[in-house]
Design a protein. Structure first.
Length: 268
């Protein structure tokens, strides 16, 4: 979902529509209780700059070198939602995607609602992992977003094969639709590619292992950074915490409780 989306009289050159980019991640959004505190945290940890969004004073857009990479919505308290990062996927029809999700055991938390020039909905899969969908125009500089935005997103779930079937049917992955996401099983993961680039992974443990009932299914956002150790120290000094740390990847929790991962730019 593009928090800054505005309708245009005629389609402008370079606009990418969800009609042609099918099932790919197209935006990431964070729910927050305190916009100013959230801005300060991510400015310190990820070096983001901020500007207001056209949707109103409850929304902000994060910028990297002037390119929009993520949004913040101060709606956690208003909508009684958990503070969390959520990926949004491009769909040709929000109504059809919501119907398919509900038919397959998923739930609709919000929407579809109109946010010109498109429509959005917030859903949960049948194991409870939250995700969003967006129907409409994407950024005119969408390829810039793809390069500046998260390295990829990863679904931690109890059964990767079952999850891939659910999302594939809801988001038209591996279908005959032009531009759809490609699905490959590589090792113990389901790897998703859009236009040849890895955009998402689904994991649940060793192939053939029984589903782990202790896993709380969720989508984890991975952001590219130059120095993961520096991000970890900055997070701790600004009210966040380090949940897991390695030389190339660190899992963090921000000051409001949302989890995310920073990944070294050197990682392929």
């Amino acid at each position: 979902m593009n928090h800054d989306a505005t309708p245009s009289a005629t389609p402008s050159t370079g606009v990418v529509s969800t009609q042609t980019v099918c099932g790919a991640p197209c935006w990431v959004s964070l729910t927050s209780r305190d916009l100013e505190a959230t801005e300060e945290f991510y400015r310190a940890v990820l070096g983001w700059e901020w500007r207001s969004a056209k949707l109103g004073d409850r929304f902000r857009i994060a910028l990297v070198d002037g390119a929009p990479v993520a949004g913040i919505a101060a709606v956690a308290s208003m909508w009684q939602m958990a503070v969390a990062w959520t990926p949004y996927f491009a769909v040709p029809s929000a109504d059809a995607a919501v119907s398919r999700a509900q038919e397959r055991g998923g739930t609709a938390a919000v929407g579809p609602i109109s946010l010109p020039p498109g429509r959005a909905a917030l859903l949960a899969d049948r194991d409870g992992a939250t995700f969003g969908i967006w129907e409409g125009d994407l950024f005119t500089d969408w390829e810039t977003w793809r390069k500046a935005a998260p390295a990829f997103i990863r679904l931690h779930t109890r059964d990767a094969f079952d999850a891939a079937i659910f999302y594939g049917e809801v988001l038209d992955w591996a279908s005959e639709r032009p531009g759809c996401v490609e699905v490959r099983y590589e090792g113990d993961e389901v790897v998703l590619r859009s236009h040849g680039e890895i955009v998402a992974r689904i994991e649940s443990g060793a192939l053939g292992a029984a589903p782990d009932p202790t896993i709380r299914p969720h989508w984890q956002i991975h952001f590219r950074v130059a120095d993961v150790a520096a991000c970890a120290r900055a997070a701790e000094s600004h009210g966040g915490s380090v949940l897991r740390e390695g030389p190339e990847e660190v899992v963090l929790r921000d000051a409001d409780g949302a989890q995310f991962t920073v990944t070294s730019r050197r990682e392929a």
